[in-house]
Design a protein around this ligand. Structure first.
Ligand code: PHE
Length: 340
């Protein structure tokens, strides 16, 4: 019997030493010490022995059980240690390897120019108003004194949604929305997206403008010139910038002007950028037409106003020397990431 017990202990030790994982070790534990394990069934066999042999036998089996238990718990500790060592090895970090860079995003150049202009205008006390991009014909054209037969209304130039609804062709409807909903003094800018059926190197079917509108008593063209000069100096980063007004025509301003800046590349001497003229055309504006003030419920004998519209793509193209307007909309990050 003693031999049989020894044999079992040896077998158990062999199986324990062969167990390579906690799970396998647990199988060994069940095999020997479990409810139906070999040690347990040995113990059960005790009733077949004569009573005088039972105590010795019991003691032997108990000793054997203790030995196996001890061996198992030693192996358990060993496996645990091994597992920790392996994890430390696997999860160790080589701090000498080069790090993984998180790619930093950049603001789109149009957003940059928009933010610069908004900053400059806010410094002069302008508030921001954003109107809808899908606009009524009445507000985009009629209330701005743009007659029915005006070429801009042509199907070729305007994206119509229905006969009376269209994608706004400029930010000037913002003027109408502000003037019909508030009383002077008014000092707002309306930044936003506008749409025209145009597509070439300098025209895009979608582009951006900022409208400016000031309505108060005694507002004159001098105010327009002064404010714009202040803003353009900031945007083109030069105190030497001068502005010049040339007569122009817009149905909603009278008189109307084109505003040029002295060339910030050559300082006015004449270069490639200004095509040798020393001046660059940057925006359109004028005094709000009396008819427009009247249609918006503002008395033109009491109030006057100036308005202007700046094309953001045009400013960005000049400022950053971008040759083709389509580059703004291609979303090629090799282009956009240059504006850090
Ligand atoms: N809305 C005009 C355009 O898109 C620009 C403009 C705005 C002109 C305000 C005069 C006054 O061309």
């Amino acid at each position: 019997m003693k031999e049989r017990i020894e044999e079992l202990v040896n077998l158990a030790n062999k199986r324990i030493s062969e167990a390579l994982s906690g799970k396998l070790l647990n199988d060994v534990k069940v095999e020997f010490l479990g409810k139906n394990g070999s040690v347990t069934s040995l113990m059960k066999g005790m009733r077949d022995l004569p009573p005088e042999e039972r105590p010795t036998f019991g003691q032997l089996v108990n000793e054997m059980r203790a030995k196996i238990e001890k061996a198992i718990s030693e192996k358990e500790a060993e496996l645990k240690k091994k597992e920790i060592a392996e994890r430390l090895e696997a999860e160790s970090i080589d701090v000498t390897l080069p790090g993984k860079c998180v790619k930093e995003g950049t603001l789109h150049p149009i957003t940059l120019v928009k933010n610069q202009l908004i900053d400059a205008f806010q410094g002069l006390g302008f508030q921001i108003y954003e109107g809808p991009e899908i606009e009524l014909d009445k507000i985009n054209f009629q209330m701005l004194n743009i007659p029915e037969d005006h070429p801009a209304r042509d199907m070729q130039d305007t994206f119509y949604v229905t006969d009376n609804i269209l994608l706004r062709t400029h930010t000037s409807p913002g003027q109408v929305r502000v003037m019909t909903s508030s009383k002077p003094p008014i000092k707002v800018m309306c930044p936003g997206r506008v749409y025209r059926s145009d597509d070439d190197a300098t025209h895009s079917p979608i582009f951006h403008q900022i409208e400016g509108l000031v309505v108060d008593k005694n507002v004159s063209l001098c105010d327009l010139k002064g404010s714009l000069e202040t803003i353009l100096k900031k945007v083109f980063n030069s105190d030497d910038i001068k502005t010049r007004l040339r007569p122009s025509y817009f149905p909603f301003t009278e008189p109307s002007v084109e505003i040029d800046v002295s060339c910030f590349e050559c300082g006015g001497k004449g270069c490639k950028l200004c095509k040798g003229t020393g001046w660059i055309e940057v925006l359109g504006g004028g005094m709000v037409n009396r008819k427009v003030l009247e249609m918006c419920g503002i008395d033109p004998d009491v109030y006057s106003g100036y308005a202007f519209g700046i094309g953001l793509e045009r400013i960005a193209m000049l400022k950053y020397h971008i040759p083709d307007i389509r580059m703004f909309f291609e979303n090629d990050i090799r282009f956009t990431e240059q504006f850090k």
